[in-house]
Design a protein around this ligand. Sequence first.
Ligand code: EPU
Length: 414
Amino acid sequence: MIRVAGGERLQGEVQISGAKNAALPAIIATLLTSEPVILHNVPHLADVDTALELIRALGKEVFWHGDALEIRGGEELRWEAPGELVQKMRASFLALGPLLARAKKARVPLPGGCALGPRPVDFHLYGLAKLGATIDFADGAVLARAGGLRGAQVYLDFPSVGATEQLLLAGALAEGETVVVNPAREPEVADLAALLCRMGAEVRWDTDRVTIRGQRALGGAEHTLIPDRIEAGTYLLAGAITRGKVRAKGVAPRHLASLLDRLALTGCEMEVGEDWVEVLGPSRPKPVDFRTWPYPGFPTDLQPPMVALLTLAEGRSTVTETVYAARFGHVEPLLQMGAKIQVSGSVQVVEGVERLRPATVEATDIRAGAALVLAALAAEGISQIRGEHHLRRGYENMPSKLQNLGARIWEEEG
Ligand code: EPU
């Protein structure tokens, strides 16, 4: 668990790591080739370890060099993904497309629901079927076969990050062009497309679609992952909630536009450089309304941390979650810390309070955990946050990065 002695104003600079959600599909993309792929700026995270365990189980070899990964081998891939790795991390399901493309068949367990509510994979399967795969279900797993994948046009009913990535991965080795209409445009999806281009695929982005021209084979490549905009946003919010001044370094400011817009409305002062953003928190935030939305809208992954800030606002904020059915794992523990939040359907009405109180609370997922850390940093006194493993899935060295900003935070055996 994590123990936080809250009430300190955070001050200083924090180096942002490579993006978790760019690293995971990039690692899985290496299944598309047996030539070496080198990835730079890879964060050391539990979810990255799970992705590496997955590709090793399927036949790849993996070497770490600092924060670079060298991935090679896998002339013959195994075609069955181990169930426990998919249960542990939903992104493992992305292995389906590459395995189908290379091994012509794949067995990947269904990921099931999670703390954010039901998370189906119907768009992934619909798209792969359009590319010519036969899909069956047996013992909680998807069994897919395809003699050879053929490019096709796939319309997504929602711009799903995972489904767009799945189709880019499968389309990279399909015959002809795969067109995803209404694709996700998250920077992490664009980063995967950039890696696939380095491996030899051809990708074209248009206003309403992304097109990938498949190749017979893909080659090795070297690629640097984009910075983690969600990690950056979390530290900027830590500055804001503690009335501190935090500079996030090594970021892509344009990826943070929606957050910075809403932060300005809360009264934060901001400075933006080429690869850094600095936030100076107000003495008390003003309330703001926002809704989560696919990129470039406000990211759902920053909804819980932003709500943590708004619990201290001078007035009422209305927050609408449109991406997930039930991303409210932070609400109950924040109530224990004295916040006033009412959930009705997809809407949270946050009635700002003057101060939060310390408490012992439980993190149920990565971003709810981040919200609780922020609340604990603001609440004067000692809070304990259980479920630290969730934070280790998504935040590299979070306690030491916060300590460097002046926070009093420790990891302890629970
Ligand atoms: N959806 C379907 N059917 C599908 C796929 C998605 O109904 O076949 C629904 C989901 O249930 C959800 C919505 O569409 O309600 C969005 O899901 P999406 O596929 O876009 O998300 P994802 O690929 O499963 C990635 C990130 C998440 C992030 C979302 C949204 C990775 C590894 N994960 O998930 O990150 O919240 O996009 O931006 O890239 C996190 O980092 O904490 C995290 C949960």
